[in-house]
Write a protein that binds this ligand. Structure first.
Ligand SMILES: Cc1cc2nc3c(=O)[nH]c(=O)nc-3n(C[C@H](O)[C@H](O)[C@H](O)COP(=O)(O)OP(=O)(O)OC[C@H]3O[C@@H](n4cnc5c(N)ncnc54)[C@H](O)[C@@H]3O)c2cc1C
Length: 389
């Protein structure tokens, strides 16, 4: 398939795959681009127990079913490459630049780039990544069979993963910034960890340096209360100190918060009409498979309406379209229905009059910055000549 796509989805996590399922069912010409494994971050979890209808399954197993479903539509195309840029073209379409597969044009774009583990830039962290420094227990636990390892962090992920790692390592020591007994994770995880004989804690402390030769051999741990540093022998260290959104290539295009999460509204619209964002890479309250999938469904549906409406408007407002008047009204307000009926009667001899129900046809209303109805926008040969608010 070539040519312009109806929609390009960047990222194939649960959000992107759910969007592809909805786009596929609507028979839209869809391209999903994924730089790694289809299924995203949840591939890293051994067991998922909170996706409705799934009592227990591996993260990778559940995502395989998402992928199969999304790929079952003839109009859906999947490509493996990294997206490195996104630009808005003069015709209102978008151009997606990829690292290895060239550029692709689309009527709209759904962003689902998710997050990646935060790195702290501690001396030795980059040098020993993959050689004792790790960020994913499921991916790397078996490299640490019978070893003495450390975990940095005290949240849900850190404590749950520390417990998981004890299935492989001989001892897991958790470095915690807080005073003794205080963790940031849920109660169940904390109790499980406190009762696990293979888990030890170092309180009031942080990691200062990672040392070794070919791989990690020791860690320098600093007690933040006494301000003293101690060097301990270690075969590895797992970092679970939060996630950061993978939004670098869109940061200058769509509005993001201070941490780089993309700001979206209830339709998953970003600050740029035609660009939608879903799941973990957005500013949102809960980052889970079910919420990302739900976002994907919303963005796919909203973006389909956007493209349809944009194509209709482009056709109405062509350079030789003559005089056109758009009447904006709320159909649930009788007074507004009466008002636009009168306006239509007054204008119809001079203008082609087009009514815009502002509860459904939001594109032009938003583009004109309108906040109340009734309102009227006058055009001549595609150019705005007057706006009555
Ligand atoms: C260890 C762990 C355990 C978890 N356990 C659970 C659980 O039990 N239940 C639950 O509901 N959730 C769980 N989660 C959270 C869940 O994984 C996420 O909320 C979910 O995966 C988010 O989906 P997403 O589609 O928003 O993003 P992601 O899953 O992060 O997918 C984003 C995708 O975009 C791709 N991508 C990024 N940038 C680019 C680019 N430039 N070009 C192309 N592709 C790109 C990435 O490779 C990735 O595949 C867990 C997460 C982790 C890490």
């Amino acid at each position: 398939m070539g040519g312009t796509y109806d929609v390009i989805i960047i990222g194939g996590g649960p959000g992107g795959l759910a969007a592809a399922i909805y786009a596929g069912r609507a028979q839209r010409k869809t391209l999903l681009i994924e730089k790694g494994n289809y299924g995203g971050r949840v591939n890293d979890t051994v067991e998922i127990r909170n996706y409705p209808s799934v009592v227990s399954e591996s993260g990778a197993g559940l995502m395989e079913r998402f992928r199969e479903h999304a790929q079952s539509y003839a109009t859906n195309e999947f490509k493996r490459t990294t997206v490195i840029g996104l630009e808005k073209l003069e015709n209102g379409n978008f151009l997606v630049h990829t690292k290895r597969r060239g550029d692709f044009e689309s009527n709209c774009v759904i962003l689902d780039m998710g997050t990646k583990p935060r790195s702290l830039g501690i001396p030795g962290e980059t040098e020993f990544t993959g050689h004792g420094v790790a960020y994913c227990a499921t991916c790397d636990a078996e490299f640490f069979k019978g070893k003495n390892i450390y975990v940095l962090g005290a949240g849900d992920q850190a404590i749950e993963e520390a417990d998981y790692l004890t299935g492989f390592a001989s001892s897991v020591t958790v470095i915690v910034l807080h005073e003794e007994g205080h963790l940031d994770c849920n109660e169940v995880a904390a109790e499980t960890a406190f009762h696990n004989p293979k888990i030890k804690f170092i309180w009031n402390s942080t990691l200062q340096e990672i040392k070794g030769n070919a791989s990690v051999e020791s860690l320098v741990i600093k007690n933040v209360v006494t301000n003293t540093s101690t060097e301990v022998k270690a075969d590895g260290i797992f970092f679970f100190v939060g996630m950061v959104p993978q939004t670098d290539f869109v940061k200058d295009l769509v509005e993001c918060d201070g941490k780089g999460y993309i700001k979206v509204n209830e339709k998953k619209e970003t600050s740029v009409p035609g660009i939608y964002a879903v799941g973990d890479c957005t500013q949102t309250f809960l980052r889970q498979v079910v919420t990302s999938a739900s976002d994907g469904a919303i963005a796919a549906t909203a973006s389909e309406r956007y493209v349809k409406e944009k194509k209709q408007l482009d056709a109405i407002l062509s350079p030789d379209s003559g005089k056109v008047a758009f009447l904006f009204y709320n159909p649930y307000d009788n007074a507004q229905i009466e008002a636009v009926t009168k306006m239509e009667l007054r204008l119809k001899d001079q203008y082609r009059v087009i009514r815009q129900d502002i509860t459904r046809q939001t594109l032009l209303y938003q583009q004109l910055g309108l906040t109340a109805s009734p309102a009227c926008a006058y055009y001549e040969n595609g150019k705005l000549t007057n706006l009555e608010k």
